[in-house]
Design a protein around this ligand. Structure first.
Ligand SMILES: NC(=O)C1=CN([C@@H]2O[C@H](COP(=O)(O)OP(=O)(O)OC[C@H]3O[C@@H](n4cnc5c(N)ncnc54)[C@H](O)[C@@H]3O)[C@@H](O)[C@H]2O)C=CC1
Ligand SMILES: O=C(O)[C@@H]1CCC=N1
Length: 269
């Protein structure tokens, strides 16, 4: 894969571009980026990542190997109408758009190789947790190229297309839940008298340590939780407060609501 065009230059596109450039998967100049408006945004990306910015000219498009669609779902019909006439038949599509189905892309862009994925913003530092599904037009070689592109920005799981809705709810939106947890922990700690700076460092290290324990020990989270929980101790008291407030049911509501919204967004496009 030599030339990749990003349509949409928002936070997700930047996270992936940053990951690709940082991991040296493609030189910046082979990454073309177009946006609806905001020329300053394209200049900014050009100066930071060395990408090639695209304005009115569409003649370069027939040389593009892969188009990454990174607009909001509501803009996709307009995007497809804009780019379809200029794409070569062999150009593949990689969507990162929440909800929108492969079927919708096939209707708007014709039967061609299409991958629908769901990365997350930790792509910026090569730590995305992405899901992906392919249509039947994607060759083995193209699949490998796309998987290595996404692999450069983190881990990738190939899933059934329908499961991308729950992947979106879990790991696409997931970083926001973790940041919200950090906010809540910090507010509680500050309310109990800790300096915000100290609280933040303690929380982030606790998250990092817990994630590393899960990865390196291979233990079940419930076992690791039990190891922390002394009978009659502080952790048991804290966990009891979470259970009293139906913590697991709140989290299930969170995932179910996000999944339902992904399906809704898909139906709207
Ligand atoms: N932000 C996140 O954490 C994640 C977002 N996504 C998906 O990525 C997509 C983009 O999300 P964000 O980057 O957060 O949104 P964003 O609003 O930051 O970026 C969207 C960009 O698309 C551009 N755009 C709109 N219409 C266009 C058109 N016709 N032609 C060219 N460019 C156009 C806008 O100018 C904007 O820069 C969404 O579909 C979202 O579901 C997926 C995974 C994670
Ligand atoms: O909130 C959203 O709709 C997008 C999809 C996953 C993360 N951000």
């Amino acid at each position: 894969m030599e030339k990749v065009l990003f349509v949409g230059a928002g936070s997700m596109a930047e996270a992936i571009i940053a990951g690709i450039v940082e991991q040296d998967v493609l030189p910046g100049k082979q990454i073309y980026v177009m946006n609806r408006s905001d020329a300053n945004r394209l200049c900014d990306l050009e100066s930071r990542y060395g990408i090639t910015k695209v304005c009115e000219d569409r003649s370069f498009m027939e040389e593009i190997d892969l188009v990454v669609l990174a607009t909001k779902p509501k803009d996709i019909q307009q995007v497809m109408a804009d780019i379809h006439p200029f794409l070569a038949d062999s150009t593949a599509i990689l969507s990162v758009i929440a909800g929108t189905s492969i079927d919708t892309f096939e209707q708007g862009l014709g039967k061609r190789p299409i991958a629908r994925s769901m990365p997350n913003t930790s792509a910026t530092i090569g730590k995305s947790a992405s899901g992906i599904a392919f249509n039947d037009e994607v060759s083995i070689e193209m699949k490998q190229s796309i998987l290595s592109l996404l692999g450069a920005i983190g881990i990738v799981k190939v899933v059934e297309e329908d499961d991308l809705h729950v992947v979106t709810a879990l790991s696409g939106s997931g970083p926001a839940y973790i940041y919200y947890l950090v906010e809540a922990l910090e507010e509680a700690a500050v309310a109990r008298g800790l300096e915000a700076h100290d609280a933040r460092e303690l929380i982030v290290q606790t998250l990092e340590g817990a994630a590393a324990m899960l990865k390196t020990t291979g233990e079940e989270p419930s076992t690791l939780r039990t190891n922390v929980t002394s009978p009659g101790g502080t952790t048991a008291a804290g966990l009891r407060a979470l259970e009293d407030r139906q913590f697991k049911s709140v989290i299930a509501d969170c995932i179910n609501s996000a999944e339902a919204r992904s399906r809704e967004l898909g139906a709207l496009t």
